[in-house]
Ligand binder design. Structure first.
Ligand code: PSU
Ligand code: MN
Length: 304
């Protein structure tokens, strides 16, 4: 079926048609997850890392109402600096597209568009999840529901402790989303390699990972998978320090009445500010590491 709403770059189109490895990338991390110009530098470097590891990058965004799969350098720059680009999750897609607006795609909407394009592997930093206090606020990211339903595997650095990691894992279990640890038995917590929670299965190689994904989808066990890849040791942060910082940020969000889709971007920028950019450097490095693993898994997956 031709998708009249979607536009792919030639490179991505050819790679998908030829069954070559392709890795999807999100754009909320560019527009709302990091400050300019680091966001653009990081996004472009992530694309290079994916190429260096044998796959084709496909950064996904909505530009003037078009679902873009693969962006030019100019488009990445635009997503990084244009003011007021909407953060687009599943519920936002129809309106933003119908009105020919721009949208930065979250994990959920990037999964949707990747799946439409025929891309199965996606690299990012962190996913959304069950927020702390969700038993009152009901703030649970649409990313989790997308992982439940859409056949895309997401490589991330675990769940950030702006979330309730335990409840996030419970939700994923209920929805049948496997949580794999890449060379780890413990779920990483984004800035740190440990969270105190176990993954479902430790995976030791890209090949093993690709086989498990292929089996899942061959059996029509629909939905995504989480591949949790710990931040490299040398960039990991002090656990007590980052926990305290995040707690302060969560408290401030509560006091200021931040809610809905603004919560995650608020907490991310607050943490960056409070760590004077240290957390930003860690964030960038873990995304690079995820891009590499995603490219290796995509390469193995393409051989099966
Ligand atoms: N976590 C991060 N960095 C990010 C995000 C989450 O460490 O940039 C972004 C992702 O795009 C994710 C979204 O899909 O925030 C989740 O937002 P919400 O909680 O509003 O669903
Ligand atoms: Mn939310």
């Amino acid at each position: 079926m031709k998708n009249y709403y979607m536009e792919m770059t030639e490179e991505v189109k050819e790679a998908i048609a030829a069954g070559k490895p392709v890795v999807a990338l999100e754009s909320t991390i560019i527009s709302h997850g990091m400050p300019y110009p680091k966001n653009v530098e990081t996004a472009l470097r992530v694309e290079e890392i994916i190429r260096e590891n044998g796959a084709v990058p496909a950064t996904i965004a909505i530009i003037e109402g078009v679902l873009k799969v693969g962006l030019t350098k100019e488009e990445v720059d635009y997503m990084g600096k244009a003011p007021g680009i909407a953060k687009v999750s599943r519920r936002d897609i129809p309106y933003i597209v119908a009105k020919n607006l721009d949208g930065a795609t979250t994990v959920a909407s990037t999964m949707i568009i990747a799946d439409m394009a025929g891309i199965s592997i996606f690299a990012t930093g962190g996913i959304g999840g069950v927020h702390r206090g969700a038993e009152i606020t009901m703030d649970i990211s649409a990313d989790l529901e997308e992982l439940a339903n859409t056949n895309v595997a997401v490589v991330c650095a675990g769940a950030k402790s702006i979330l309730d990691i335990g409840l996030t894992l419970e939700y994923l279990e209920t929805k049948g989303v496997p949580v794999f640890g890449y060379e780890t038995e413990e779920l990483p917590a984004f800035f740190t390699r440990e969270s105190g929670f176990k993954v479902d299965y430790k995976i030791d190689s890209p090949e093993e990972m690709a086989k498990a994904l292929k089996t899942k989808w061959d059996l029509e066990l629909n939905g995504g998978a989480l591949i949790a890849n710990p931040i490299p040791e040398e960039y990991s942060m002090d656990s007590d320090f980052i926990t305290k910082t995040i707690e302060d940020a969560v408290k401030e969000a509560g006091e200021r009445g931040i809610s809905g889709k603004d919560t995650t971007p608020f907490l991310l920028s607050k943490v960056t500010e409070m760590t004077k950019g240290d957390s930003l450097e860690s964030n960038i490095q873990l995304v690079y590491n995820n891009a590499k693993v995603a490219a290796l898994v995509a390469s193995e997956y393409a051989k099966l």
